[in-house]
Design a protein around this ligand. Structure first.
Ligand SMILES: Cc1cc2nc3c(=O)[nH]c(=O)nc-3n(C[C@H](O)[C@H](O)[C@H](O)COP(=O)(O)OP(=O)(O)OC[C@H]3O[C@@H](n4cnc5c(N)ncnc54)[C@H](O)[C@@H]3O)c2cc1C
Length: 292
């Protein structure tokens, strides 16, 4: 039998003091959809699970000089938010494709990024939306850009005594269109073979004034395809330009996909090349028509 203590505090201060008290013996648990699977698979558990589910005030989606999403916000809340769908469309698509409704009802945005799987479905969208992760610990609050948050497979910049409390997205993202493609073997519940997110901003006359590309399962951590982004800036929005951006994004300058049981690296590169162009086109169209 797997044995552990379970504590469910009501406040962030209590969580922080419990983390201090138990140190490495404790693990935080939010929705538990990664934590419980890991405990069952490894048959190892921490001595103490500290639940964050009592922190109801960390469940919110607000727009106020930028977008603010509480770490305990579930994927289902993101899926059901009209504002997220219209204004942060890539995140809406990422969250809506996670697991099943049952999983999305309990699994949280904070849990998805803290687990830091290379396949995390919200990571690519948050990268292109230029999100910042807000952490709270004994020394107070600090912010880490999401592009610097993932340090390795299942590793992040979060310190053991910190809690992720919020994900912030800058107000300027309102002017971008965005899109996320989860490439998986089937449409039903499945992890992505590859995830491609694109956010695009256009100037007058369909010139690309800003572009962001996020790739998942394309490297040990979710990554931005900076070289492809740079190539796009200042170029006209046309098929040749988007196809070239896809090629650059699929090159070793931007990603290092690996062969795995689910898919070989060469195929991942082909998917990147094809879908970066398609998602860029869709993101651009969504600037004019967010309902696409
Ligand atoms: C059947 C099934 C299908 C799934 N399908 C997908 C899928 O399609 N795409 C996908 O990306 N994922 C998928 N997952 C994985 C999982 O559901 C997500 O990663 C989910 O977002 C994790 O959130 P959670 O709240 O359940 O995290 P938990 O399991 O509670 O925690 C995950 C990790 O984050 C830490 N943590 C959680 N919250 C915080 C916080 N606020 N501050 C600091 N640390 C924190 C925990 O200590 C733990 O290390 C699936 C899981 C299952 C069981």
């Amino acid at each position: 039998m797997i044995d552990y203590d379970y504590i469910k505090p009501d406040s962030l201060d209590e969580v922080l003091s419990l983390l201090k008290e138990y140190g490495p013996k404790a693990t935080l648990i939010a929705g538990g959809t990664d934590v419980m699977v890991k405990i069952r698979n490894t048959k190892k558990s921490p001595d103490v699970l500290i639940s964050l589910r009592g922190l109801k005030d960390l469940q919110y989606i607000k727009k106020n000089s930028g977008y603010h999403i509480g770490a305990l916000t579930t994927h289902r809340m993101l899926e059901q938010s009209g504002m997220v769908q219209k204004e942060l469309t890539a995140l809406h698509e990422g969250a809506s494709r996670i697991g099943s409704v049952q999983v999305r009802n309990v699994a949280t945005l904070g849990g998805n990024i803290c687990n830091a799987a290379p396949s995390a479905d919200t990571a690519g969208p948050l990268l292109v939306l230029d999100a910042t992760v807000v952490l709270e610990g004994p020394e107070g609050r600090r912010s880490v850009p999401i592009a610097e948050f993932f340090t390795g497979t299942y590793k992040t910049r979060r310190k053991a005594d910190e809690v992720v409390v919020e994900i912030e997205i800058p107000a300027e993202m309102e002017q971008f269109g965005s899109a996320y493609w989860k490439h998986s073997r089937r449409k039903a519940m499945n992890l992505p073979i590859l995830g491609i997110a694109v956010a695009l901003k256009l100037a007058d006359g369909d010139e690309i004034s800003d572009a962001r590309i996020g790739l998942t399962v394309a490297a040990p951590t979710p990554v931005r395809a900076y070289k492809a982004e740079e190539f796009l800036k200042g170029k006209p929005l046309n098929d040749d330009v988007l196809a070239e951006a896809g090629k650059i994004a699929a090159s070793p300058d931007c990603c290092t996909p690996r062969d795995s049981l689910r898919c070989e690296a060469w195929y991942r590169c082909e998917i990147i090349e094809t879908y970066v162009a398609r998602m860029a086109r869709l993101a651009a169209e969504r600037i004019k028509n967010p309902n696409l």
